[in-house]
Design a protein around this ligand. Structure first.
Ligand code: EPU
Length: 447
């Protein structure tokens, strides 16, 4: 049984939180360590579920993973990489989406990859067709077994020309992790260029890879036969930073997010300013606060980088329920990322979902059966409710709605939130939130 939270709302969140390495980079950087012929050290590693899953998958494959007891830095030594049993690998079925990225590195290091069925948030179909097509183009043979997928490359992975139908983050990473040690040159067009991808490229370059990023979403990789280990400090989590920023707005609070990096959050900073949020931007973090008075409504479209990140959308929608007037949000990255609004509506928000593209650019989900646009009319007071957390960002959004609401909410399924938010309830506690936790063993506590 997962923990249950009883939240008494109406208390502005105030104080400091520290944000560490990005969830959407760290597990992939750990996978990259498999490509080196010497140990790699990764710094600024958060204690989140995906790190645990990848640690275990690496260990199952013979890679030693040592955690510095003081800093939490990870040192990974791939010297004894070996095949693992599919039964052991399958213990991670449904845990995460990261295992699909082990394919290229495992083929390079041990000649074969077996990956479990994937997990991850239910925010759309989340197919892996781009990944499998990329692997096939490198010369891999993909065999879907009853449970899991087996991948081999009888003639090794060979550089190739790849064009992605959509700038997928994961498929771009799949290309990078497969191409750096493939024979010959790989040219990828239609690549994603999120800051986490650029940080992964920086890691691979430290290891000895030759990768150039052109201005037109083209990435060129000249394969090399050997890579060494790396020493790298992961970029901070811009999605967690933006989530705490929205939490400050929703609860009328004031949060200094230590580690928030303006450079990676420019689009968010613009949006936060337009809605009427207050900010002090420093080199070591950003103070996000509610300035008092009314928040302003917005018309917003999510997009790939440098657009407004889809992972910022859900917490910001909660803030828009508190803005005076009508806001429109068009989600163009995932077809089904508004499921979390049902609970907000029960709490008193006025949110209508539409199938049409209500943004300036028609997206690939228009004229289909996906409710991917939202009209939010505010401001509406929120009242406490019973909520079950649906996914990572939706769960965070529900929590901040409960913290802003009048009355008491009961929130179940909160362990999903720890997939991407390090020490989540301890941070809430530090910000003055009023809640109790009932642990799985039935004991009540504060964290
Ligand atoms: N897509 C396909 N086929 C594929 C791969 C993707 O159709 O083979 C589609 C997806 O269904 C989606 C779109 O392409 O509609 C974009 O997906 P992408 O591959 O970019 O996403 P991802 O790599 O699976 C990462 C993050 C997500 C983040 C997206 C977009 C990780 C572990 N996850 O997912 O993070 O939303 O990029 O930036 O890096 C989150 O942190 O809450 C989260 C969901």
């Amino acid at each position: 049984m997962s923990r249950i939270l009883t939240v008494r709302g109406g208390v502005p969140l105030k104080g400091r939180v520290q944000v560490r390495g990005a969830k959407n980079l760290v597990p992939k950087a750990m996978v990259a360590a498999l490509l080196g012929n010497t140990p790699s050290t990764l710094r600024n590693v958060p204690e989140i579920k995906d790190v645990e899953v990848v640690t275990s998958l690496l260990q199952i494959h013979g890679i030693t993973v040592e955690k510095d007891p003081v800093t939490g830095d990870l040192t990974m030594d791939p010297a004894n990489a070996k095949k693992a049993s599919s039964a052991e690998i399958n213990t991670h079925a449904g845990d995460s989406r990261i295992p699909i990225l082990l394919c290229g590195p495992l083929i390079h290091s041990i000649g074969h990859a077996f990956i479990p069925d994937l997990g991850g948030c239910k925010i759309g179909d989340r197919p892996i067709d781009y990944h499998l097509e990329v692997l096939r183009q490198f010369g891999a043979v993909v065999d879907k077994t009853g449970s899991g997928t087996s991948i081999t490359a009888p003639n090794g992975l060979k550089g190739t020309k790849i064009s992605l139908p959509y700038p997928s983050v994961g498929a771009t990473e799949q290309v990078l992790l497969s191409a750096t040690r493939a024979e010959g040159i790989t040219e990828l067009t239609g690549a994603a260029t999120e800051p986490e991808i650029i940080d992964l490229i920086a890691i691979l370059q430290k290891m000895g890879a030759i990768i150039s990023v052109q201005t037109d979403r083209t990435i060129r990789i000249e394969g090399v036969t050997e890579l060494s280990g790396y020493d790298h400090t992961a970029l901070p989590d811009r999605n967690e930073s933006a989530s705490w920023a929205s939490a400050a707005l929703v609860t009328g609070g004031d949060i200094y997010v230590e580690g928030a990096s303006q450079r990676d959050m420019m689009t968010f900073v613009n949006t936060f300013r337009k809605i009427g949020g207050g900010m002090d931007i420093h080199d070591d973090g950003i103070r996000f606060f509610h300035k008092g008075g009314a928040l302003k409504p917005l018309v917003l479209e999510t997009d790939v980088h440098p657009g407004f990140m889809t992972d910022w959308q859900q917490p910001l929608v909660v803030a828009l329920t508190q803005a005076e007037g009508v806001s429109i949000v068009h989600e163009t990255v995932y077809e089904n990322r508004f499921g979390f609004t049902e609970a907000l509506t029960r709490m008193g928000a006025s949110i209508q979902l539409h199938r049409e593209c209500l943004g300036s650019i028609p997206c690939r989900f228009g004229q289909r059966n996906f409710t991917h646009s939202a009209v939010i009319s505010g401001s509406t007071p929120l009242t406490g409710a019973n909520i079950h957390v649906p996914d990572l960002r939706g769960g965070f959004s529900h929590m901040i709605a409960a913290l802003a609401a009048q009355g008491t909410s009961t929130v179940t399924g909160i362990d999903v939130i720890s997939r991407g938010y390090e020490h989540f309830t301890a941070k809430l506690d530090g910000l003055g939130a009023d809640f109790d936790v009932i642990e799985a063993n039935g004991k009540a506590g504060r964290k």
